[in-house]
Design a protein around this ligand. Structure first.
Ligand code: GTQ
Ligand code: FE2
Length: 324
């Protein structure tokens, strides 16, 4: 007879039985420490805002002491201020600022996590190579680095370059299909240099602004434009939000989590019960099941990155109308 079986036979009451269960790494569903089901989502992640000016100053300072040869990337992760979390921005997405100095490169690697980049500042000569395809990184551009694509970044210009990275690494952590490796050669061979206006991995600011003009004006006075990124990055969606001064964008609670980054303009955001102001380059996060309202105080263009496609595909997407 197994030890557990012997313990079960010897038990004289339920408490005896619970002790035996624990030995066997079992737990009684009617006697567990915490609930496993609840009425509606109750994320511990909190709305938060990060300042580009602070991050840029910090990366500039770090750049005096470390090079991109010392580190894989000179990036500053924006982690959600909850518990002992020190990585996730929201449950499924991590966001980081990254800076690369003139003459530097960030060596080539690849990983199963998808990455996307919003370029904030830089001059000519800044580019990323994605699977041998050389793509310029110009302010306002949005670039995709799909799952398992080799990527390395270069700054052959004369000014520092700054951008924001969005990755689904926390989702990959949760589902556990993580693979990553460095390219033995450090540099990739450049095999193509396509026109960024037609390359499916690049969305230039000019293209976004032109296509936005064809979108209908929404209640609140702004416009939205969803980028056709699904074929390359299936886990996340990318939506540009154009808000003329005084316009607003709002939505009710959703099981999707979102990150917003301001590419231009300034304004305020109510995120759940939190209130934040924001300006160009700032990032703010809206964890799942928080409603929001964003208002521009000067003409603004924001990017919203959401895990909505993942929730939708799995049958977990639920949205409420705005009730406030
Ligand atoms: O540029 O390859 O912020 O792999 C985090 C992980 C940037 C990148 C990040 C990455 C990268
Ligand atoms: Fe990477």
């Amino acid at each position: 007879m197994s030890e557990i079986r012997a313990g079960v036979e010897a038990a004289r009451d339920l408490d005896d039985l619970y002790a035996v269960f624990a030995e066997g790494r079992l737990t009684a569903g009617w006697h567990k420490k915490r609930p496993s089901l609840w009425r509606e989502p109750r994320t511990e992640f909190r709305p938060n805002r990060w300042r580009y000016a602070d991050a840029a100053a910090a990366m500039d300072k770090a750049g005096e002491w470390m090079s991109t040869e010392d580190a894989e990337r000179r990036n500053l992760l924006m982690f959600n201020p909850v518990g002992d979390n020190d990585y996730d921005t929201v449950r499924t997405i991590v966001t980081a600022y990254q800076m690369i100095q003139p003459g530097e490169y960030a060596r080539s690697h690849r990983h199963t996590a998808n990455a996307m980049r919003l370029i904030l500042d830089g001059e000519e000569g800044v580019y990323t190579v994605v699977d041998g395809v050389k793509l310029p990184m110009r302010p306002g551009d949005f670039l995709l680095t799909p799952n398992w694509a080799w990527h390395s970044h270069y700054n052959e210009g004369t000014a520092k370059a700054y951008w924001i990275d969005f990755l689904d690494v926390p989702l990959v952590h949760r589902l556990e299909p993580m693979f990553a490796e460095n390219l033995a050669a450090v540099h990739q061979t450049v095999e193509a240099e396509p026109d960024p206006e037609t390359c499916p991995l690049v969305f230039t600011r000019a293209r976004v602004v032109a296509e936005m003009a064809g979108q209908p004006v929404r209640p609140g006075g702004g416009r939205r434009l969803v980028l056709p990124t699904q074929g390359h990055v299936p886990t996340l969606s990318v939506t540009y939000v154009e808000l003329p001064a005084g316009a607003s964008d709002a939505a009710g609670r959703s099981t999707a989590s979102r990150i917003f980054a301001a590419t231009s303009g300034a304004g305020v955001a109510r995120l759940g019960d939190g209130a934040f102001d924001w300006t160009r380059g700032d990032v703010f996060c809206l964890p799942s099941w928080h409603d929001f309202e964003i208002r521009a105080t000067s003409d603004a263009l924001l990017v919203e990155v959401s895990d909505e496609p993942t929730l939708r595909l799995l049958g977990f997407l639920r949205e409420e109308p705005l009730v406030r």
